[in-house]
Design a protein around this ligand. Structure first.
Ligand code: C2E
Ligand code: MG
Ligand code: MG
Ligand code: MG
Length: 290
């Protein structure tokens, strides 16, 4: 009994330490936001098989004064659990729309049909003011709604009525909706009827082993699903030419991954969309900055 008690005491102490750590990190994130320590990088989405950029995805980074460039895996979860994601997500949305609006200043970029994706958390979608905020940011930055894609996960919208309502409002504005990491979340195919999604992003885990018989069957079924529902399918996390070739053979027309491009800065992304970038002229796999 005594040992059990000790064990619980230790468990409690660990929980408390964890909670303190999260609270500290959440406070740091708020400070960092105020100090302008976040920045966005953009990963091109390309058309297969040639790899020409047809869009981009905004990805947040934290330029920590001591720790350097901190990836989202180290802070998005905490930001979501503590609610900081609402303020951080607002900043990301405004910054991404501002950048995309800037790209449109180049006539070459403005003539292309590209779209920019922004990742949106469940917590943001639950804010009653979310759809109005998006409309306001679009108006303020001058970005046409047709240029914006809201990326959400199945899990974020599963059993989340306010989220579905917000997405329906966004779709009404002309904003596209992408289902991110498709096939890995709390998926229910019925969700595809209730969410006005226009893009299906097939998760990297299916692309990783695309040479495997089962993954190929799943990737093919997902593509058929997207085609049948008149959605675009984007294969995520393409790292090799073999994967790109196989996806193209299966009928995929859009992809994203380090084989084509790693995330780049806003200026490079704009230049890529304008088709004038030096890095666009290099062979796939050669381009990288971060
Ligand atoms: P995601 O939305 O699925 O974004 C794709 C992630 O996969 C990015 O990681 C990207 O750099 C990475 N990736 C792309 N191609 C490849 C590849 O070929 N190989 C490998 N190994 N990785 C590849 P990143 O930037 O670290 O973002 C991770 C996740 O963090 C994102 O996954 C998204 O869920 C979340 N995230 C990033 N930025 C934001 C944001 O602004 N808001 C919210 N709510 N979440 C964000
Ligand atoms: Mg995404
Ligand atoms: Mg994704
Ligand atoms: Mg993913």
């Amino acid at each position: 009994k005594g040992r059990g008690k000790n064990r619980y005491a230790r468990y409690d102490r660990e929980l408390e330490r964890h909670a303190n750590k999260e609270a500290r990190l959440a406070a740091d994130l708020r400070l960092a936001l105020g100090r302008g320590e976040f920045c966005l990088v953009y990963q091109p989405v390309v058309a297969l098989p040639h790899g020409r950029p047809v869009g981009g995805e905004a990805l947040v980074r934290w330029r920590h004064p001591d720790r350097g460039l901190v990836p989202p895996s180290e802070f998005i979860g905490v930001a979501e659990r503590t609610g900081v994601i609402v303020a951080l997500g607002s900043w990301v949305l405004r910054e991404a729309c501002r950048a995309a609006s800037g790209w449109l200043a180049s006539p070459a970029a403005a003539s292309g049909p590209w779209r920019l994706s922004v990742n949106i958390s469940a917590r943001q979608l639950r804010e009653p003011t979310f759809a109005a905020e998006v409309a306001a940011v679009l108006a303020e930055t001058g970005l046409p709604p047709e240029r914006l894609v809201a990326e959400v996960t199945e899990t974020a919208v599963f059993d989340n009525e306010p989220a579905v309502a917000a997405l329906t409002t966004l779709r009404g504005l002309g904003v596209s909706i992408a289902l991110d990491d498709f096939g890995t979340g709390h998926s229910s195919l019925g969700l595809l009827r209730t969410i006005p999604a226009t893009v299906l992003k097939v998760d990297k885990s299916f692309v990783d082993n695309i040479a495997g018989a089962e993954e190929e069957v799943i990737a093919t079924a997902m593509l058929q699903l997207a085609n049948g529902l008149r959605m675009d399918a984007v294969a995520e996390g393409v790292e090799t030419s073999a994967q790109a070739d196989r996806l193209h053979q299966l009928g995929y027309r859009q992809a994203q991954g380090f084989y084509f491009y790693r995330p780049v800065g806003a200026a490079d992304m704009g230049a890529l969309l304008a088709g004038t970038a030096a890095i666009a002229a290099t062979s796939p796999g050669a381009a990288s900055t971060q």
